[in-house]
Write a protein that binds this ligand. Structure first.
Ligand code: LMR
Length: 402
């Protein structure tokens, strides 16, 4: 008899991005730079609690925070205000056709959407590269995961031809994972014209669009702008869709795990039934979602003044990231002979540099600059004090490679 019930458990290496954060934290070097995990930092390299969030927290504290359970589907106010934000002026026309549930941030929303679709739509098409959790969530739910090339490493651009031909040959009733904006890791989003092509093929082929919408408002600083593709799919094309929202990045509520799953269905009765299924799934998975962060987000979104302040905070964060992207671009042009136009053609939190694994390793080991192995950098880790050092270091390592 085996000595343990777990003797067949394999050893699974730690998650790469969390392991990188741990390595960075353990590094005693005073010059270290963390460009790994996607978390916003201010110009002093510090976490930033959004002023709108601070005010909401104060309001909640004054009210007296209770620690009661939330309903199984979470806060209705948060679900409604979030849907209103996502659909903008067209909200009224889809309102009755939505099934919504609060979820445990972006990953929990994806998982809940996957649980809803499991057994009905067997295949998931995932762009490559993508956020590593897409594969993990859908494979662990038993979906057949099909990867397709999203990025052309030679041109350092979106491979729209492969994208469109993959959609054309995809099996009907398959799920397509779409990054609503700020594609992670490449920072390359389709143009509005390309989104139209993508959406129309999805419609023609009866595919199911599942939006990972973790960066709305954080990408461009304008929520409406960042929600454009979702609105086009639902309002203009009339597509049923799942939208997985997170308030980690755009409200800085990383650890509170605030998310919402919005499922746009074809008719009110379908929405009602779908919502009842979500409620049952949620009950079996987590019983009911976490309250504190959800109350903060609901407070921000329900108070016109706070909401306005939050829109300002989104501009502050995205504006600083854009400035740093430009600063790095200029620094790289000054300190290396390479071409870096791809960096300013990308947008959002991440820059996809296109460096070899060896260069990435040298930057970590010799210069204490930490980035994902595929040379994705979280631009928010740059600031006025380290951007020159990073650009110069990359230039030095690349010169050595020649
Ligand atoms: C990232 O991509 O770095 C973040 O979304 C953090 C994570 O959970 O991977």
């Amino acid at each position: 008899m085996a000595t343990s019930f777990f003797s067949s458990a394999p050893y699974i290496p730690p998650d790469a991005i969390f392991a990188l954060t741990a390595e960075y934290l353990a590094d005693p070097s005073p010059v270290k730079v963390n460009l790994g995990q996607g978390t916003y930092r201010d110009n002093n390299g510090q976490p930033w609690v959004l002023p709108s969030v601070q005010k909401a927290r104060k309001i909640l504290e004054e009210k007296g925070l209770l620690h009661e359970y939330l309903p199984i589907l979470g806060l209705k106010g948060l679900r409604d205000r979030t849907s209103e934000l996502v659909f903008g002026e067209g909200y009224g026309s889809v309102k009755d056709k939505l099934a919504t549930s609060q979820a445990v941030s972006g990953t929990g929303s994806l998982h809940l959407a996957g649980s809803l679709l499991r057994g009905k739509l067997p295949k998931v098409y995932i762009p490559t590269p993508t956020w590593s959790n897409h594969n993990l969530v859908f494979a662990s739910l038993g979906f057949e995961v099909i990867e397709f090339q999203y990025y052309n490493a030679e041109t350092k651009a979106l491979d729209i031809d492969t994208y469109l031909s993959t959609l054309r040959s995809a099996e009907p009733s398959s799920i397509i994972i779409l990054h609503a904006c700020a594609h992670n890791p490449t920072g390359l989003d389709p143009s509005q014209e390309q989104w139209k092509q993508i959406g129309n093929i999805i419609k023609e082929k009866s595919l199911f669009p599942l939006f990972d919408a973790a960066y709305l408002g954080f990408n461009s600083g304008d929520y409406d702008n960042d929600a454009w593709a979702i609105r086009y799919f639902v309002h203009d094309l009339g597509l049923e869709s799942a939208i997985c929202l997170s308030f980690a990045k755009n409200m800085g509520l990383y650890g509170e795990r605030v998310g919402v799953l919005v499922v746009a269905t074809s008719e009110p009765n379908v929405a009602k039934n779908t919502q009842s299924v979500l409620e049952k799934l949620q009950r079996s998975e987590i019983s009911n979602p976490p309250a504190f962060g959800a109350k903060i987000a609901e407070t921000v979104l329900s108070d016109e003044e706070l909401k306005k302040a939050w829109f300002g905070d989104l501009k502050t964060m995205s504006g600083r990231i854009m400035e740093m992207r430009k600063g790095l671009f200029e620094g790289l042009n000054a300190h290396s002979s390479g071409t870096w136009t791809h960096l300013i053609e990308q947008s959002g939190m991440f820059g996809f540099l296109g460096l070899s694994r060896r260069v990435v390793k040298t930057l970590k080991e010799e210069y204490h600059i930490y980035m994902a192995e595929n040379s994705r950098i979280s631009i928010a880790g740059l600031n006025m004090s380290n951007v020159e050092y990073v650009a110069k270091s990359i230039g030095e390592v690349l010169a050595r490679e020649k």
